[in-house]
Write a protein that binds this ligand. Structure first.
Ligand SMILES: [Zn+2]
Ligand SMILES: [Zn+2]
Length: 214
């Protein structure tokens, strides 16, 4: 396996942070750090990993609040879809709404775009824009693995009642951008257990045809 990854379940909302690693070069992309950035920093150092990217699937507090601390310790460029910049600009207010401490995002934010390919060592990660849970929500694909943030969960989908959320957009993103990628793809969500696109396409009661039957 030329790409590997280490999932870490962190914080009071059980967020999944992921370290995606090119095995040949140890170049690493860190996906989503909200809480317990020290655990991510420890894992990077213990693994002797070279962090090139800090990738945001979206800019909710529980996925972004720890990115700056990680960056200050182990480096890496922070990347986010520009449609989520308004959320990032209000990171502290987002946290305050849930009683979480203030947080600052990284000072420099690089813009992700749909279809973009990020070189990671000898591997490539592809960016798929999947708005709905938030306007700038994205998924990252490497080989048959897909990191989806809060777009899709095992047996569920991300909430759409937060600012910028859209139930219709989320449904369209999952049905037209993710499901066509193939049933075999392994799905790693921002919360909860992993799944596959095939399982969700067959059984997820919150997507597509199933919704209209309800
Ligand atoms: Zn979210
Ligand atoms: Zn979340």
């Amino acid at each position: 396996m030329p790409l590997t990854h280490r999932p870490m379940r962190l914080g009071p909302l059980e967020n999944n942070s992921y370290l995606i690693v090119c095995v040949a070069t140890r170049e690493t992309a860190v996906v989503d750090v909200g809480f317990e950035p020290e655990a991510v920093i420890d894992a990077v150092r213990q693994g002797g990993l070279a962090v090139r990217y800090l990738l945001g699937t979206h800019a909710h507090y529980d996925h972004a609040a720890g990115m700056r601390t990680v960056q200050e310790a182990v480096g890496g460029e922070y990347w986010l879809h520009p449609a989520d910049r308004p959320l990032l600009d209000h990171l502290a207010a987002q946290g305050a709404a849930y009683g979480f401490p203030p947080a600052e995002p990284p000072a420099v934010v690089h813009d992700l775009a749909d279809g973009q390919r990020l070189a990671l060592g000898e591997e490539t990660l592809e960016v798929i824009h999947t708005p709905g849970h938030s306007p700038g929500g994205v998924c990252f694909r490497g080989h048959d693995w897909l990191w989806v943030g809060d777009t899709l969960f095992a047996g569920s989908v991300g909430r759409t009642d937060l600012p910028g959320g859209s139930r219709e957009a989320l449904d369209r993103s999952i049905r037209t951008r993710l499901y066509p990628l193939g049933d075999a793809l392994q799905v790693f969500p921002g919360h909860g257990p992993k799944t596959t696109l095939g399982l969700e396409r067959l059984e997820n009661p919150f997507v597509g045809e199933h919704v209209r039957l309800r």
